[in-house]
Unconditional design. Sequence first.
Length: 76
Amino acid sequence: MSGVRKRSVTIRGHRTSFSLEDPFYEIIASIATSRGVTLAGLIAEIDESRDRSSNLSSALRIYALDWVRNDSNKRR
């Protein structure tokens, strides 16, 4: 299992950080590529739509999990 790694990104003109395991980060980066958006752009989109009682790291994990689940259901 991969350890949690802290990363930083600039969204909407300010730096923010999040902590993700490498597999979740790789999924988020892959989603950004497949959608044709920058990683920072995707993270900003997720940040804007997240429940404010949840932190950004959790929102990123949930987004990645939902993406994988939806992609898996499309292949059935």
